[in-house]
Design a protein around this ligand. Structure first.
Ligand code: SF4
Length: 64
């Protein structure tokens, strides 16, 4: 699975970073960076939690 983010919706509130810091990080300019768009089976639960927690529904998981 692969992470896609709609950056027009993202409000950089860092909820995704809190839940899946291996994949999401808010940079020094307050922009969300995707550290690794590919999601291993090991990280899938954490990334799914981040998807569910995003108040803007900006994150989706797509087949790669
Ligand atoms: S949780 Fe959603 S709105 Fe917040 S930083 Fe992550 S993608 Fe952006």
């Amino acid at each position: 699975m692969k992470i896609k983010v709609d950056f027009d919706l993202c409000e950089s509130n860092a909820l995704c970073e809190a839940l899946a810091p291996t994949h999401f990080q808010i940079d020094d300019d307050d922009f969300l960076q995707i550290l690794d768009e590919h999601v291993s089976a090991e990280d899938l639960d954490a990334v799914k939690q981040a998807v569910a927690a995003c108040p803007k529904s900006a994150i989706s998981l797509v087949e790669d």
